[in-house]
Ligand binder design. Sequence first.
Ligand code: NAD
Length: 341
Amino acid sequence: MFRQIEEARLSDVHLKYDEASGLKAVIAIHSTRRGPALGGCRIIPYSSTEDAVTDAIRLAESMSYKAALAGLDLGGGKSVIMEPEGPYDREELFRAFGQFIEELGGRYITAMDSGSKVSDMDIIASQTQHVSCTSSSGNPAPSTALGVYKGIQAVLKAEPAFDSSLKDMRVAVQGLGNVGYALCQLLHQDGARLIVTDIDEEKVQQCVEELGATAVSAEEIYSVPCDIFSPCGLGGILNEDTIDELQCNAVAGSANNQLLTPHCGHLLYEKGILYAPDYLINAGGLIFVAMTHQGKSQNEINHRINAIEETLLKVFRHELLHRTPSSLVADHMAETQLYGE
Ligand code: NAD
């Protein structure tokens, strides 16, 4: 465990067992150098404590990178709750988890993640103020979509094959959930031609009817000729096979952890596809959550989300200048902010 902590340059890891509620939780704090560590709470079944700790450590590190590149006064952290196997009292579990967060005195602020809901955040809020994404804070997805839209503006400026306008640009969107659909609406307003897929037929149908999109199957989305491929569904979808299929000039979408392995960033680069690093282009949601928690105005929040465009342009300029894949450039920029030169 200490080797993992050392490799991820983590600050600290906290484990909690609460007998009364059955809570088994891990909070991993990657860094508090720039401010308190913010990151979601995942609640899923884990087969072992080691798996839970590994997950928390890995996720905390990427939150630090995301917050640093978004220019937020925050560090990165993540918590995981090992979901009990048998029946359990969810309210009691999250109340105990709220107390756990409170004991850390504000070093860690929690938020929603896989498996957790707004109602869980409300229960945590009864025990501690170090929680976001409660029913009074609002949905981050429109902000994430806005950030991706701004990121796509950077892609238009950086890719020589593109005009500066989205008019008639073919954008293939994978996943029409909270973020994907909101993004489609923004792109449609600018006259983009949408090509879409989702495993949920109803969402596809709605996008076809309301936004004039062309529907393709879940498999076809990789090989369909387009200008920009926008993954907004699952992570890990860019692997050797799918990258081989791509017929686009750029990849720019909201999904987390799009590259199956770091090597996939090189593959995209070698294929001449401009890649907008996921944790940079999808930071709008984090910006919304963090700044809402800090009591900032919508204007200030939008200003920060708009800055994603400029940061991304900086990454693309470095990519060109140093002939280094954008994924590596972004990591390096985040590391410089976190640890210095
Ligand atoms: P969501 O669950 O609302 O939407 C995901 C959509 O993808 C669903 O409609 C689902 O049916 C579809 N989907 C799943 N598997 C698919 C497949 N194989 N092919 C096509 N479609 C598929 O999630 P969301 O909140 O819209 O988030 C989308 C992505 O963006 C996720 O990877 C998420 O981690 C990431 N993200 C979201 C936010 C946010 O603010 N919600 C912030 C940052 C990153």
